[in-house]
Design a protein around this ligand. Structure first.
Ligand SMILES: NC(=O)c1ccc[n+]([C@@H]2O[C@H](COP(=O)([O-])OP(=O)(O)OC[C@H]3O[C@@H](n4cnc5c(N)ncnc54)[C@H](OP(=O)(O)O)[C@@H]3O)[C@@H](O)[C@H]2O)c1
Length: 247
């Protein structure tokens, strides 16, 4: 495989591809010629996303937190995989450490860290040796936002795995993108008015003056998928919100 713009003939799985960053990534990969399989838990969300993604895309239900389902999902693939993108969102593990019950933190690991590990392990049997794996981690892992120690632990654990995996699994390439605040359906859990206020406040403290869009992160993932000279890197896509201020 050479460093090339086109992904014609290549096959990619995007777990968490039915919304937000994963969906935007699937759309970019499909637009550049890849055959893309998106995975997520909800059939309706998968169908709706496929309508927006277009190209050679298909969907299959998968709960990444169920190791049996994960094994069966990859065993059932009818061809070798060129690229795996892990964009599922998980949940849990945020809040001030004084109030964070260990069970909530453990649930946070169960929602994101362990699914990433199980999916990677199951996918290894189907990934081409010269393919790629891209993790979506989070800026909390490389910042100092109060109330995010748990999220930093979960996403930091994933980010820490990237360099050793890149060497251990070579020539398979392993990278990650670390997003800041991105306006995706993940934030639907915050009431609309409160969310608008929150985003406005965050935009004001971000050097680029706005929160991110799913496409901002997808473009970084597209680069990591296609650039065959990149491995072992974790790229920030944060609008600069996590830059050290020295305060
Ligand atoms: N949005 C942000 O501000 C932000 C910031 C930093 C990092 N991130 C990270 O970016 C990634 C993408 O987040 P997003 O904002 O795009 O979230 P999103 O819009 O909520 O999309 C999450 C996707 O993950 C799927 N998913 C969730 N749990 C799953 C599971 N157990 N198994 C399989 N699929 C599952 C969802 O589909 P179903 O619900 O149907 O399963 C959906 O397709 C996540 O890893 C998140 O932690 C996001």
């Amino acid at each position: 495989m050479t460093s090339s713009r086109s992904l014609d003939g290549q096959y990619a799985v995007v777990v968490g591809g039915s919304s937000g960053v994963g969906e935007a990534t699937a759309a970019l990969l499909a637009a550049d010629g890849a055959e893309v399989l998106i995975a997520g838990r909800d059939e309706g969300r998968l169908e709706a996303a496929l309508g927006r993604i277009g190209g050679k895309s298909s969907g299959r239900r998968l709960d990444g937190s169920d190791p049996e389902q994960v094994r069966a999902f990859f065993a059932a693939l009818d061809r070798e995989l060129d690229h795996l993108v892990l964009a599922l969102s998980g949940g849990g593990g945020s809040g001030p450490i004084s109030a964070l019950h260990p069970d909530e933190l453990a649930a946070g690991f169960d929602g994101k860290f362990w699914p990433f590990v199980h999916i990677l392990q199951a996918a290894l049997t189907r990934l081409r040796p010269d393919g790629s794996v891209t993790f979506v981690t989070a800026a909390s892992a490389r910042a100092a936002f109060p109330g995010t120690a748990g999220l930093a632990a979960i996403n930091g654990a994933l980010a820490a795995m990237v360099p050793p995996l890149a060497v251990e699994l070579a020539p398979l390439r392993v990278n990650a993108v670390s997003p800041g605040v991105i306006d995706t359906p993940w934030w639907d859990q915050v009431p609309t008015e409160r969310r608008a206020e929150l985003f406005e406040g965050l935009a004001a403290t971000t050097p680029v003056g706005r929160v991110g869009r799913a496409e901002d992160v997808a473009e970084v993932i597209r680069l990591l998928v296609g650039n065959t000279f990149m491995t072992g890197t974790v790229i920030d896509c944060t609008g600069g919100v996590n830059l050290p201020t020295g305060r």
